[in-house]
Design a protein around this ligand. Structure first.
Ligand SMILES: *Cc1c(COP(=O)(O)O)cnc(C)c1O
Length: 346
């Protein structure tokens, strides 16, 4: 094995999905698959989740929403919330992608494209609840809701949902965000039927703050077994991916392995424990295309070293590595280069 592998476990993904869905019920899971499903590979993740009965996918941008549609077929609900170009809007409308809308301008463009194409846009309006990241401000909300309702009456739009995003930094802030969110839902309810779905929470709040959950919960990290940095372990959740490289040379009692910083391994994680056939050893140094690991008795060329994973060989999780360098597990996963082969283990 001359190329490093990200080995991804289908059974573990299925188990995590089941654990998350059980935990958040009766809220429905929207599996977030942005950034190529957090580096795990979107097609495979969507196929596995679709087969496990996941109905909603969150893709961030329209291009990956179309990828989800290709894999999951016409019945899946796919939510894309990046403000998109008119050409992307057209593709989304034709493929029945649900669009997250956080500005009056974007809403106007979607309505115009729906009119031009003769289709009904499925829209989830986003209220700003304090993050100031692409959401309609409270003072503009009534006007935007009125515009959406007018388009609905004209047969150009279906107001499917109301949503927002919260910081998950402190309970008090999240409580305030929820109050602002519920007020926005109330305004929508006064203008017509309450939309079918409301969604506010991602992994951490969905897991730990049941009272904040809406009818949908947008969850990425925990489904992939990535716990929050500085957060606790989670019942029934394990990392689904292991990063594996093999020994290419033995030198002065150390093992040289075929993965380096050019493959996306941060050189600053040197000193971390990694998994070897004889258990945990120190990752001594990370060079461009190779790294050096403290040796073990009987080490041989071709032996496998686990850089991160579920812990079966003495390695730690991506999040534990991330904590050493003040980042999050998602960043360790999404930085891995295309040279790292994604291999699905069933
Ligand atoms: C990434 C993202 C999520 C999922 O966050 P996790 O913490 O990975 O569960 C949910 N909602 C939005 C808007 C996001 O950008």
């Amino acid at each position: 094995m001359s190329r490093p592998e990200l080995r991804i476990s289908a059974p573990l993904l299925r188990r995590n999905l089941a654990a998350v869905r059980e935990r958040i019920a009766p809220s429905t899971l929207m599996l977030v698959v942005k950034d190529d499903a957090y580096g795990h590979g979107l097609p495979w993740v969507v196929e596995t989740a679709d087969a496990a009965g996941v109905e909603w996918f969150g893709s961030y941008d329209v291009r990956s929403a179309l990828d989800v549609r290709r894999v999951a077929g016409g019945v899946a609900r796919v939510f894309a919330w990046a403000t998109s170009t008119d050409a992307e809007i057209d593709d989304a409308l034709v493929q029945s992608i649900d669009l997250g809308v956080g500005t009056a301008e974007y809403l106007r463009r979607i309505i115009a494209r729906a009119a031009a194409l003769g289709v009904v846009a499925r829209v989830h309006l986003k209220i700003d609840t304090g993050l100031h990241r692409n959401g309609v401000l409270r003072e503009d909300w009534d006007g935007v809701v009125a515009d959406a309702r007018a388009a609905e009456r004209a047969g150009l739009l279906e107001l499917v949902g109301v949503w927002s995003h919260i910081a998950e930094a402190s309970d008090a802030e999240d409580d305030e965000a929820q109050a602002a969110f519920l007020d926005a839902v109330r305004v929508v309810g006064e203008s017509g039927p309450i939309p079918a779905v409301q969604h506010l929470t991602a992994s951490a709040a969905s897991w730990w703050r049941p009272e904040l959950r809406g009818t949908l919960s947008r969850i990425g990290a925990f489904c992939y077994g990535v716990r929050s940095a500085d957060g606790p372990e989670l019942d029934g959740i394990r990392p689904i991916a292991a990063l594996v490289a093999s020994v290419s040379a033995v030198s002065e009692g150390d093992a040289v392995i075929g993965i380096g910083s050019f493959d996306g391994l941060p050189s600053t994680i040197a000193g971390a424990p990694v998994g070897t056939p004889e258990g945990a050893r120190e990752l001594r140094r990370i060079d461009h295309t190779t790294s050096v690991v403290q040796g073990w008795p009987g080490m041989a060329i071709g032996d496998e070293v686990h850089l991160f994973g579920a812990g079966d060989h003495g390695e730690v999780s991506a999040t534990t590595l991330a904590e050493r360098i003040d980042t999050v597990g998602e960043e360790i996963l999404t930085r891995l280069s295309v040279r790292v082969r994604r291999v699905v283990v069933d």
